[in-house]
Write a protein that binds this ligand. Structure first.
Ligand SMILES: C[S@@+](CC[C@H](N)C(=O)[O-])C[C@H]1O[C@@H](n2cnc3c(N)ncnc32)[C@H](O)[C@@H]1O
Length: 369
């Protein structure tokens, strides 16, 4: 019997899909993110923007420095879901430790990944915490960054049935793991009703009930003035739950840079992810007293953040002859800006406390008011 079947039997023989996904990703012994070594990145199962290219982090380093200069305040960076520490290591490299005064906080749930960060990052330079409560107060500007945090949270799965909703459960039976359906509980029914979404018969969808409360408490923990940059795959609710686009839901699994749609196969052996409902994060923003500055595709964000100026500053503009370094840089930038890939599939939700919103808009060349 596999570890997941045993874990489900210990819980009475069946669990809702949210519990299954929580175990598959975060079980202390077998979970995808709980075990070392790092499973994603160039040599792993899938790429994220910080692991795809240093250019992503270099643009954010420039933007963060510019924001602190505009605010005339000391800078604190909070990287939530910091994973293997790629983003924080990239910031330190981009700043070449010119920015020693910057306070850096890493928020990471996985103990295995926290250990990897400890080995990778200069000792004592980054304070590592496990959740919003560890962030603490700061007398200056806080920039919050989260790349693919919210699409890595466990989700409930539901299916449209008889004009209502059934929740998908996972049973550990004689022949292994199999799907089951139960009436959906009230919080899930409310999640869809409050967004004006009615699923078609047989339409499958996911709902993350913890994304909103987590986002709200992370923003609140940043204090003010503060700005947030949330990078993720997702859509506003109406589009996310539109049966014409995603009748089977958005849940996907990744292993060896290949995608499949069967989370019950090899639990713990591959990543499981579901698109973010941007409306949920937007509600949390309002509830935290923050405002939305923009929700833009990654490519537009990087252009607004000054990627072209950075390319010029590094002498890698079009006048530079093609050599190994300029070729690699161009390939990496192309990947980040790709209109058929990361550049448009990934979006950046930019949010700020009301006192910081004008300077964030200005820094990104967005109109204010
Ligand atoms: C898809 S990885 C992204 C890693 C990194 N941000 C990147 O983009 O390369 C998701 C990360 O979120 C972490 N995570 C999930 N839930 C979390 C939570 N509630 N608080 C902090 N980290 C969390 C996981 O442990 C994992 O490291």
């Amino acid at each position: 019997m596999g570890w997941m079947e045993a874990a489900i039997r210990r819980r009475g023989g069946s669990v809702d899909f949210r519990t299954f996904m929580e175990l598959a990703l975060y079980d202390a012994d077998h979970g995808y993110y709980a075990r070392g070594p790092v499973r994603y990145g160039r040599k792993g199962d899938y790429l994220t923007a910080p692991t795809a290219s240093d250019w992503y982090t270099a643009v954010l380093a420039r933007l963060f420095e510019g924001l602190a200069a505009r605010a005339g305040a000391p800078l604190r960076v909070v990287d939530a879901a910091s994973g293997d520490g790629s983003f924080l290591a990239g910031l330190l490299a981009a700043w070449d430790d010119r920015n020693e005064a910057v306070e850096m906080i890493s928020v990471e749930r996985s103990a295995a990944l926290r250990r990897i960060q400890e080995e990778r990052l200069p000792p004592g330079r980054v304070r590592t915490v496990t959740g919003p409560r560890g962030i603490g107060p700061w007398d200056g500007l806080t920039v919050f960054h989260a790349s693919e945090l919210y699409d890595a949270l466990p989700v409930h799965r539901v299916v449209g049935r008889d004009g209502g909703l059934a929740e998908l459960w996972v049973e550990a039976g004689e022949g292994g793991l199999r799907w089951a359906e139960r009436p959906a509980p009230e919080p899930l029914v409310r999640h869809f009703e409050s967004r004006g979404v009615r699923l078609e018969e047989g339409q499958v969808a996911e709902a993350c009930l913890e994304a909103g409360p987590l986002h709200r408490s992370l923003l609140a923990a940043c204090g003010a003035p503060a700005a947030a940059f949330v990078l993720d795959y997702g859509y506003p609710a109406r589009r996310l739950y539109d049966p014409r686009g995603r009748r089977g839901g958005s849940l996907a699994c990744y292993a060896g840079h290949r995608m499949d749609r069967d989370p019950l196969d090899r639990p713990g052996g591959k990543d499981i992810t579901a698109h973010v409902d941007w409306d949920t994060l937007r509600e949390a923003t309002r509830a935290a007293g923050w405002v939305e500055v923009a929700l833009v595709p990654l490519a537009e964000f990087l252009v607004r953040g000054g990627i072209a100026a950075l390319v010029e500053a590094r002498g890698l503009g079009l006048e530079r002859e093609v050599d190994a370094a300029s070729w690699t840089a161009r390939q990496e930038i192309k990947r980040l800006l790709d209109p058929d890939g990361m550049g448009s599939d990934l979006r950046v939700l930019v949010q700020a406390t009301p006192d910081a919103a004008p300077l964030v808009s200005e820094a990104l060349g967005l109109r204010t008011g």
